[in-house]
Design a protein around this ligand. Structure first.
Ligand SMILES: Cc1cc2nc3c(=O)[nH]c(=O)nc-3n(C[C@H](O)[C@H](O)[C@H](O)COP(=O)(O)OP(=O)(O)OC[C@H]3O[C@@H](n4cnc5c(N)ncnc54)[C@H](O)[C@@H]3O)c2cc1C
Length: 293
């Protein structure tokens, strides 16, 4: 099936792109790497009349660290993330997951801004970034604002962004001392995950008790799901098989997976339970490994 006819605009600045999007909120779509959008257009699910290419906007592809925060420009590709020494040093959980994302073609052109802005449920980065309390910088023609990433996702392919807004940067604070994070994904031979599970644990170095936790699921609902009840079940306790099993059961009940061609709802809940248990164990292990300095 061919693409619909569209007009192609190359924006040279954020205000220019934003103005264009503001004038045609229903008809124009941002085009970054094109990996997700073009597939929808080929299937005629999306038929934008205008594509606003933002890839030529300078200064949106970088990975920096300053003031205790890692800053990632929206046009940074999966490939950039996979091979960045800075990401490997400071946010290794991202370097670990990137080789499993999609395939080499998607990784070399698909961007982090597109991954988040598309709000597709079957993705890996959102749960991990939410478990690290990531923020996004969002800009329009004249204003910039910071938004907790958790608040970006509204529903299937739906974000809280206004039509004229672009994601320009992703910010992740350096992990606190004695914080450990693990992301586990399960897929069935296809390149998109069936279930994703990110767990972050911060322990008190004296008591070794969990003082803070993040349990975030991906792919088992319209948006990434932070399971606060599971987090509460871990707080105030050391690592124990019983408490991780309890958190895992809570997560499996809290999510809302759909039966589809790949797996049934029950199967996905069972996978959530297994992944969550293992991720809690590994996150605790990673947090504790920092005790030896
Ligand atoms: C075959 C395949 C397999 C995949 N497997 C995985 C996987 O295993 N794990 C995973 O995490 N992801 C996976 N993905 C998703 C992949 O990560 C995204 O396709 C990619 O990151 C999107 O980036 P892009 O630049 O190509 O976006 P585009 O396709 O250019 O844009 C998609 C949409 O995102 C929005 N957008 C883009 N940039 C911005 C911005 N700066 N601000 C606001 N909105 C914006 C716009 O609405 C745009 O229309 C897969 C995709 C494909 C096609």
């Amino acid at each position: 099936m061919g693409l619909n006819r569209f007009e192609y605009i190359e924006a040279s600045s954020i205000p220019e792109a934003s103005r264009f999007l503001a004038d045609r909120p229903e008809e124009a779509r941002i085009y970054a790497g094109g990996t997700s959008l073009l597939l929808l257009m080929k299937q005629r699910i999306a038929r934008p009349a205008y594509l606003v290419n933002i890839k030529k906007i300078p200064g949106l592809r970088y990975i920096d660290k300053n003031d205790g925060t890692v800053r990632i420009g929206a046009l940074t590709t999966h490939h950039d993330l996979e091979f960045s020494p800075l990401i490997r040093r400071w946010l290794p959980v991202i370097s670990e997951l990137e080789p499993e994302v999609a395939n080499i073609r998607v990784r070399s052109t698909g961007t982090i801004g597109g991954n988040l802005g598309f709000a597709e449920p079957l993705t890996d980065l959102p749960p991990v970034l939410i478990a690290m309390d990531a923020r996004i910088k969002v800009a329009d023609e004249s204003l910039e604002r910071l938004l907790p990433l958790e608040h970006l996702f509204r529903g299937y392919y739906e974000t809280s962004l206004r039509p004229q807004e672009l994601i320009t940067e992703i910010q992740v604070d350096l992990p606190a001392p004695f914080f450990g994070i693990k992301y586990l994904r399960f897929s069935m031979g296809s390149d998109k995950p069936l279930v994703g599970c990110a767990v972050g644990i911060r322990i008190d170095p004296e008591s070794k008790l969990c003082v803070d936790a993040r349990c975030v699921l991906g792919c088992v609902g319209p948006t990434p799901l932070r399971v606060r009840e599971a987090e509460e079940a871990l707080k105030g306790l050391p690592y124990r098989v019983n408490s991780s099993a309890k958190a895992a059961r809570i997560a499996a009940t809290a999510c809302s997976p759909l039966t589809d061609l790949r797996a049934t709802e029950e199967y996905k809940r069972a996978i959530v339970e297994v992944l969550m248990r293992r991720a809690v164990e590994e996150a605790f292990r990673r947090a504790s490994s920092k005790l030896q300095g």
